[in-house]
Design a binder for this molecule. Structure first.
Ligand code: SLL
Length: 157
């Protein structure tokens, strides 16, 4: 497909994780032996942001090799997330796969799981009290000189 010259499409989204000390109501009880945390790693829109599935078709999350089926593929419409229990932190390898008409190759990101409270003493105290840790960041993806077909789909959003 022909490309739209001198044009970029840019989208913002979040990559992150949330974590809880077990036991916690949204995780299996009792947890597997030695597992002290329940966590979820995700790729998601900004709060009240538009749907991502116009451009994002699947997300592969590669977990630490100690997990069975360490490679988890999540297809649209998602949610693009993996929920697990465990004991340790590690870097999750994340591959974003785009709409085929975009002609774009998959893009790689890493998210290092944060399972323990962090920040100021006050912030840590609140995370402990509420039993939730959230570590996420704003991500940007840029499609340079998009195909006409992809441009049309994206601007019709
Ligand atoms: C560490 N670098 O040594 C880390 C490794 C291992 C993560 C973290 C349990 C997997 C399972 C799990 O939490 N693996 O047994 O299902 O601390």
């Amino acid at each position: 497909s022909k490309r739209v010259r001198n044009t970029q499409l840019r989208r913002h989204f979040l990559i992150g994780n949330e974590a809880h000390v077990l036991p916690h109501p949204t995780y299996p009880s009792p947890p597997p032996d030695g597992h002290t945390k329940g966590w979820k790693v995700y790729v998601r829109p900004l709060p009240n942001g538009p749907d991502m599935t116009t451009w994002l078709k699947k997300v592969q999350f590669k977990l630490h090799h100690t997990y069975t089926d360490a490679s988890r593929m999540i297809e649209a419409p998602g949610p693009f997330e993996v929920s697990e229990t465990g004991y340790g932190e590690f870097g999750v390898e994340i591959r974003l796969y785009f709409a085929p008409e975009s002609g774009e190759k998959a893009v790689y990101r890493e998210h290092y799981l944060v399972l323990a409270p962090y920040g100021s003493e006050e912030q840590k105290a609140r995370q402990k009290r509420e039993n939730v840790v959230v570590a996420e960041r704003l991500e940007t993806i840029e499609f340079n000189e998009p195909t006409q077909e992809f441009f049309k789909a994206m601007t019709a959003e």
